[in-house]
Design a binder for this molecule. Structure first.
Ligand code: CP
Length: 308
């Protein structure tokens, strides 16, 4: 096993291609544990992890929790809605008080970009970013890459279309970094109102989904993040689906063995038609399964035998 040279996982941007490779290889190796009759190994016995979620989550939080259980770490999850955060306790005070109970790692999801980096500067625990504002969602990009690599056998040279709400998407940013570092070709697509300034420096942007998906090896659809919009980004959900929704007709423009990805939760009938989400090219539930393997790998590399 190669040594992992990082203390925290704050984003994909600071990683080298070799770090990404190490995480994906470790996830591939650990995944078989999930198929055993007894899904438990003692790798992280005696380690304690706190999952601190300031935003809602189904997939990320449960897969971190399952990964911690499979690796025998002790863990607790704090939903801030039922914690003293509701009484006005600051992020730093909350983290410092949790640290006083001596955990080894804090997994944090927060609405503010940079919140995990702030904790990494002030806490002694290893910090894992489970999504910070519109900035990064590194474990999502890693599980997307694992899914793509399993289906296609490689990442290098793949043509990947990322389509949807680029403006609010931490998933898009982490995937852009990861796919560029691993040698894939990315094309971005969104309505002009949902394209962040300067993103065209990282990958070409088109306003036509038909053009974006033409000849694609993979299509990564992004959720329209209505909860982060005050309105006015597009005329209506119906209009959005017509112009930017992934339909069966549009999937046919891609390669025959195209892989359809979506990080979830999906707005069915908005960014993706149900017949595509549930169709033969969809790997959306495999992404969720791979989420457990990737999070096992991250926990193992940061807390187990993976560090130098
Ligand atoms: N993909 C993702 O982050 O899903 P959750 O918000 O349910 O964790």
């Amino acid at each position: 096993m190669k040594a992992f040279p990082h203390r925290h996982l704050l984003g994909i941007e600071p990683l080298e291609a070799s770090d990404i490779q190490t995480i994906l290889d470790t996830a591939d190796g650990l995944k078989e544990v999930l198929d055993r009759p007894i899904k438990k190994v003692p790798a992280l016995r005696g380690k304690t992890v706190v999952n601190l979620f300031y935003e809602a989550s189904t997939r990320t939080r449960s897969s971190f929790e399952i990964a911690q259980k499979v690796l025998s770490a002790d863990s607790l999850s704090i939903a801030t809605a039922t914690s003293s955060v509701t009484k006005g306790e600051t992020l730093l005070d909350t983290a410092k008080n949790l640290e006083a109970m001596n955990p080894d790692m804090i997994v944090i999801r927060h609405q503010a970009s940079g919140a995990p980096h702030f904790l990494a500067r002030h806490c002694r625990s290893a910090i894992v970013n489970a999504g910070d504002g519109a900035h990064e969602h590194p474990t999502q990009a890693l599980l997307d890459a694992l899914t793509l690599r399993q289906k296609k056998g490689r990442l290098k040279g793949l043509r990947v279309a990322i389509v949807g709400d680029l403006l609010h998407s931490r998933v898009a940013r982490s995937n852009l970094w990861l796919l560029a570092k691993m040698g894939a070709q990315v094309v971005l697509c969104a309505p002009p109102t949902l394209v962040p300034a300067g993103i065209e420096a990282l990958a070409p942007v088109t306003y036509s989904i038909d053009e974006a998906v033409e000849g694609a090896d993979a299509i990564m659809m992004l959720r329209i993040q209505l909860e982060r919009m005050g309105g006015g980004f597009f005329p209506s959900l119906r209009e959005y689906h017509k112009r930017f929704g992934l339909t069966l007709e549009r999937v046919r423009r891609a390669k025959k063995d195209v892989v359809i990805l979506h990080p979830g939760p999906m707005n069915r009938g908005v960014e993706i038609a149900s017949e595509v989400a549930d169709g033969p090219d969809s790997e959306i539930l495999d992404q969720v399964t791979n989420g457990v393997a990737v999070r096992m790998a991250v926990l193992y590399l940061l807390l187990g035998g993976g560090r130098e």
